[in-house]
Design a binder for this molecule. Sequence first.
Ligand code: MN
Length: 212
Amino acid sequence: MNAETYPFIVRPLPYEYDALMPVLDEETLHFHHDKHYKTYVDNLNSALSDYPELQKKSLKELLSGIERLPSQVQTPIRNNGGGVFNHELYFDSMRSPAGQEPEGALAEAIERDFGSYRQWKDQMKQAGVSKFGSGWAWLVTDDKGKLSVLQTANQDVPDLEEYTPILPLDVWEHAYYLQYQNRRPDYAEGWFDLINWRKAAKRYEDAISRKS
Ligand code: MN
């Protein structure tokens, strides 16, 4: 996903709109993907339209060096570029709930760095539930393979020079409000049943092999 450049396109969901039932219903996914995510793509392209030199940069390059960009595009790229990056990872990190569990080197690293899957889940859920306002909870790895849980505000991404994102949990109200109203903890609990551990494990293994 990181090789693409302007103009950015709306990536289709890698599953049907009803695939995440009962945790996330079709209406929630239609609004989240077709409206909210699409708006970030459109606004990112609009922000870049007058900057041919920035149009050659990948999204990761733009987001990693925001403070080196022209000052008037920093905020639009932080908000909308972050919105595109975060949502593409979010939608790509889920699959139909079917009893999936952590696998591979990532499963071992979760036990090593959090004590157990259960302890990681508690920490990740707490990060999502306790985020004040709009934002994200993250499972990330550093370049040595050490995992941690982070929060970011708004559409901010984790520090991409320090971390590789493994799993994102979107806790903006638009991610759950149609179905869960104010019950963010119930949405967060359900999200764990949707995790695509195969893709998460691949991200982790790629991050370690790239940097070691
Ligand atoms: Mn969202």
